[in-house]
Design a protein around this ligand. Structure first.
Ligand code: GLU
Length: 429
């Protein structure tokens, strides 16, 4: 699940954008504005490590566009982080917030580091150091971070504390994905995975497929993947294979049980980064296969819910004959070459920035609740989330049907149109 050498997510995000900009006849000025982040910050974060040595970590924050509202998006901790990945992800955040029609723009941050090898204290220092570098360039009405790959509620809380210390006040609406009870929203942890399955439920209805008669294969076993599986199982579906990264072997494996994986049991043998214990899984009767076999499984539904660049021009050829739906829980999992094949094979795609928008939608609810200082119960949060995701899904699907568009292209049409129109109404272009 690592990046292959030549892959550049920013090139990919731009090529997706250019294609739609061309087809909707977007003017040259707007194209230029939307092809790059409006602002970006590169900085060094010095940290005294537990052994007393100083180490300097490289951090980025990209603010792609804030015409529709403050920039919004996660901060990732990843050893292979690059500024181009963060640029691409910030751009996808702009489209994500626009397609679900929440009043936020797009941003993303990243730190080149591997939390597997960092103590909690060292991670706290990176979080606080990150905020010290950008505390005056972000804020509740300018740029609002959240968790992402290998960051969680605790990281957000350390960041919030640092921000509030610098600004001498309480600003819980500045950062989302905080722990419940510390300004977090109930349902936020489940939101991305559940949101993806709300869209899957609607897609299956349209395809006249009963979820109870379907099986799935999942790539990833982090937060997004786990809650995808949880809700998909509640709908009656059966996941037969889960692939994840093994930090010890520096390789990924697929854990397969043909009569269905037991989510609770897998969770009980998984570390906090979504790595499943191979020995214990074997004892529990799982077949252990190479990680890239997740895509070849004889299933109806594929859930890429890990990293970008996983369904490529090459790997797409291995997708089994039975596959009918691809549910993109991850950001940027499929390349344009793979898209061409999925489209041609008439596999129904729920594109990433629509499919995984549940997380940011719930972040928006978290901000709203923080602003009111009044918190909803979980059922209320999830029902609002379901409503938002379901209506966004239907708007995209209706446009796709009406104009005979691939689902990703239809989602882009709606999102780009909303963002371009906000830029125009503000008189920017
Ligand atoms: N990191 C998540 C995403 O990629 C959530 C962002 C947010 O809540 O702001 O959508």
């Amino acid at each position: 699940m690592s990046h292959s050498g030549a892959f550049n997510p920013f090139d990919m995000a731009r090529s997706q954008f250019d294609k739609i900009a061309e087809s909707i006849g977007l003017d040259a000025g707007t194209r230029e504005l939307l092809r790059s982040p409006m602002r970006e910050y590169h900085f060094s974060i010095p940290v005294r490590m537990d052994d007393g040595q100083f180490k300097v970590f490289k951090g980025f924050r990209c603010q792609h566009n804030d015409a529709r509202g403050p920039c919004k998006g996660g901060i990732r901790f990843h050893p292979q982080e690059t500024v181009d990945t963060v640029r691409a992800l910030s751009m996808w955040m702009t489209w994500k917030c626009a397609v679900v029609d929440i009043p936020l723009g797009g941003g993303k941050g990243g730190v080149i580091c591997d939390p597997h090898n960092l103590s909690p204290r060292e991670q706290e220092q990176i979080c606080r150091g990150f905020v010290r570098q950008i505390a005056y360039d972000v804020g509740p009405v300018t740029d609002v971070p959240a968790p992402d790959v290998m960051t969680n509620g605790q990281h957000m809380l350390w960041m919030m504390d640092e921000y509030e210390t610098i600004h001498r006040g309480r600003y819980p609406g500045w950062i989302t994905g905080k722990p419940v009870g510390m300004g977090g929203s109930l349902g936020r942890t489940q939101a991305t995975g559940y949101g993806a399955v709300y869209t899957l439920r609607e897609a299956l209805k349209g395809l006249k497929i009963d979820p109870k008669n379907t099986t799935g294969s999942v790539q990833g076993f982090g937060n997004v993947a786990q809650y995808c599986i949880e809700l998909y199982h509640k709908l009656g579906g059966k996941v037969i294979s889960v692939a994840c990264w093994d930090q010890h072997d520096k390789a990924s494996y697929a854990f397969r049980k043909k009569d269905g994986v037991d989510l609770g049991q897998l969770r009980s043998i998984t570390d906090r980064f979504g790595g499943i214990d191979k020995v214990k899984a074997k004892e529990a009767g799982y077949e252990i296969l190479p990680g890239d076999t997740w895509i070849e499984q004889d299933v109806d539904i594929l859930f890429p819910a890990a990293m970008e660049n996983q369904i490529t021009g090459e790997s797409v050829k291995k997708i089994g004959k039975k596959v009918k739906v691809v549910v993109e829980g991850a950001n940027g999992p499929s390349t344009p070459e793979a898209d061409a094949v999925l489209h041609e094979r008439k596999i129904f795609l729920i594109p990433d920035f629509l499919c995984n928008a549940g997380g940011v939608t719930c972040s928006y609810f978290e901000q709203v609740q923080c602003n009111m200082n009044y918190f909803w119960d979980e059922a209320e949060v999830l029902s609002k989330l379901d409503h938002k995701m379901t209506s966004a899904f239907h708007a995209v699907r209706e446009l796709a049907e009406k104009k005979k568009l691939y689902m990703r292209d239809a989602a882009y049409h709606i999102a780009i149109d909303r963002v371009a129109s906000a830029c125009r109404q503000r008189g920017w272009i």
